[in-house]
Write a protein of this length. Structure first.
Length: 250
């Protein structure tokens, strides 16, 4: 008999490697699940209750500007920072396919409706139409003003206000809840994950900022790992019946 084999089965080393690989996949899956599901569910529940105290932020880009602007509009700075993290990744020159601009990804129509209360340098003003949409201070002022309006419109329900920030206030009002759009659901999960860390720690570490930048990849990885775990389990499921069948052969 060959070393490391048993009659009627795969080599023991293959079974060992397969078992260790399956265990490692399961561990990674658990971490991914915790990062993208457990924290998100907790944050979404607290959004609906609206019971989180105001939390200043630090050690992130534009922290002081976020704290000052959020405070002026009576909005939790941790919420504003979470929106910025999800919308632009703290990039003041960010652009979207829908034509949104800046840190809070404000649309030109919203910009004209709200109107910035701060000016910007001429070299920044001429980069966009309307002017100043790339200016961090002006963009935050318009974005937070708009978010404050949405929070008031939906009676302090932060979950609905954030859904409206993404999908539009009339859409949320028409559906009387979070619209059933995959993009809106993904957006709320991303904001919730950022807010959970910011509300707890007041900051986002480089690790968490990386998770948020790769949020879609983390979501896809969770499904892939579930499939991988199932694929590794199949040989073990089939091994039992096959061994019994072989044992019954003359």
């Amino acid at each position: 008999m060959a070393i490391g084999r048993r009659t009627g089965g795969a080599p023991r080393w293959i079974r060992l490697v397969a078992g260790c690989t399956a265990a490692a996949l399961l561990l990674v899956l658990t971490v991914v699940y915790a990062l993208t599901t457990i924290h998100v569910r907790s944050a979404l529940a607290r959004f609906s209750r609206g019971d989180a105290p105001s939390r200043p932020v630090h050690n992130i880009p534009y922290a002081e500007l976020i704290n000052r602007t959020a405070g002026a509009h009576h909005v939790n700075p941790a919420v504003v920072a979470a929106v910025v993290a999800a919308e632009s990744g703290f990039n003041p020159a960010a652009r979207s396919r829908r034509g949104a601009y800046g840190l809070m990804q404000v649309l030109p129509a919203t910009w004209r409706d709200v109107g910035p209360k701060t000016s910007c340098a001429p070299e920044t003003a001429r980069l966009t139409t309307p002017p100043c949409m790339d200016d961090p201070g002006a963009n935050l002022d318009v974005g937070v003003t708009y978010l404050e309006r949405l929070i008031r419109r939906f009676d302090g329900n932060l979950l609905l206000a954030l859904a409206a920030y993404n999908a539009g206030a009339e859409t949320v009002a028409r559906t009387r809840g979070v619209p059933p759009y995959p993009e809106t659901a993904r957006y709320l999960r991303q904001v919730a994950l950022a807010w959970f860390q910011l509300q707890r720690d007041g900051t986002l570490t480089p690790f968490w900022r990386g998770v948020l930048r790769s949020f879609d990849a983390w979501q896809r990885a969770r499904a892939a790992l579930l499939g991988g775990r199932a694929a590794h389990a199949l040989p073990a499921v089939w091994a039992g019946p096959l061994d019994v069948a072989r044992a019954g052969l003359p």
